[in-house]
Design a protein around this ligand. Structure first.
Ligand code: NI
Length: 402
């Protein structure tokens, strides 16, 4: 089949994005000044909706209280692709002295979601004017509550947002990579983060007469040590996994054996198989140890976000897009990143292939190399241009090729 690009081309698109740049930056600064916490993004979602309405020609809906969807339906048939931006801020007070610093005490966009939202608004505006040339449908997902498990993505999926979507893409601005670079990785990109809680139930009593007690502290200490054999003895050496006990609570006096001991920790895994086996192994070790000393033991295992897994074919496509726009040297082959991401909910439950890309915003001169989730986090806003270009490149590649 002959592939033919319509009159839009990369140069034309780059030009339009450059012209929109000031507007995208001003949206980002607006969101930055008025950040809202997860599940409370009421003013943010109203602002997004108002902007989208002003572009015209969009099919706008509110599938959740603070999430917004904008569909651009092309005049020619084709696939349906979704682009996702998360819109929430974090509970911290900004320490930067910026003209557009957060005006809200205790709330700050310190993860860059203000930038993601501005980028996706730019994309909606850009392609709202191209419906006549577009083959297929573009769905812009403005997702609430990425920062707070169980997260907004799973709510949006439950509300049916993913119905009919063939591919989904997401991005994160990142101070770990230089501005102008794109961190791309096929397969596992982020770790799954789960939590476990163990309660060892013994029998308390006098410290001088342990034979009349079932000491939960001695049992708990053995459980803690033995939990470390899960990663070292029961998981393949090539399979990354971390199990950390981070909280222990028992007793209140030097001469009283307590009734119970509580042990809490976190598990990080990449593959679904390893993740699935974790709860069972933690239970086996905890309950096995406890019962061998005549104690009871309750174990709960709470699933956090799943790993983001980038589809191989989509990732190859995205690499080709970035190469065509900015050259091969702009692509960084990155290792998996440890922060969790609920983008995984969009692909996991629906089996929809996805690709998530890290967009560099680190610039030594501007001082934008500080970590995210930091009260002094700064963004190199030039990254907005590259993020918008990535999304525009994907849309052009997937919906404008006959
Ligand atoms: Ni984030």
């Amino acid at each position: 089949m002959k592939k033919e690009k319509s009159q839009l081309n990369i140069e034309v698109l780059k030009n339009r994005i450059e012209k929109m740049n000031n507007e995208i930056v001003s949206w980002r600064r607006h969101f930055h000044q008025h950040g809202e916490l997860s599940f409370q993004e009421f003013a943010t979602s109203d602002f997004i909706e108002k902007q989208l309405e002003s572009f015209g020609g969009l099919d706008i809906s509110r599938p959740t209280k603070t999430g917004v969807i904008a569909k651009i339906i092309g005049e020619k048939p084709g696939r349906t692709i979704a682009l996702r931006a998360d819109i929430d801020a974090l509970p911290m007070t900004e320490l930067n002295d910026l003209p557009y610093a957060s005006e809200i005490e205790g709330v700050m966009h310190s993860c860059g979601h203000d930038g993601h939202t501005a980028i996706l608004l730019g994309i909606a505006k850009l392609f709202s004017e191209q419906k006549d040339q577009m083959s297929g449908t573009l769905v812009c997902i403005f997702q609430h509550a990425e920062e707070l498990p169980p997260g907004g993505a799973v709510e949006m999926v439950k509300a049916g947002v993913m119905e009919g979507i063939d591919e989904i893409y997401g991005l994160h601005l990142s101070s770990s990579f230089p501005t102008g670079t794109f961190g791309i990785r096929s397969g596992f990109l982020t770790a799954a983060t789960d939590r476990f809680d163990i309660e060892v139930i013994g029998q308390g009593g006098h410290s001088a007469m342990p034979e009349t007690c079932v000491d939960p502290i001695v049992i708990g200490a053995q459980i803690i040590s033995n939990l470390q054999t899960i990663v070292s003895r029961r998981i393949k050496g090539i399979e990354p996994a971390v199990l950390s006990v981070c909280q222990v609570e028992a007793g209140h006096a030097y001469n009283i054996i307590p009734n119970t001991m509580n042990i809490t920790g976190s598990v990080r895994t990449f593959s679904q198989e390893t993740r699935n086996n974790m709860a069972g192994m933690i239970k086996e070790i905890s309950q096995g140890n406890a019962s061998s000393y005549g104690a009871d033991c309750k174990v709960s295992y709470e699933l956090g976000y799943s790993s983001v897994v980038n589809d191989e074919e989509l990732t190859e496509n995205v690499e080709a897009v970035v190469e065509a726009w900015f050259g091969k040297e702009s692509i960084l082959a990155i290792d998996p990143v440890m922060p969790g991401e609920d983008f995984s909910a969009f692909t996991e439950a629906t089996d929809c292939p996805g690709c998530f890309v890290e967009i560099g915003t680190a610039n030594e001169v501007l001082g934008t190399t500080r970590p995210h989730h930091n009260p002094n986090y700064l963004m190199d806003e030039e990254g907005l241009y590259y993020g918008t270009s990535l999304f525009a490149g994907i849309v052009f590649d997937r919906l404008f090729t006959d």
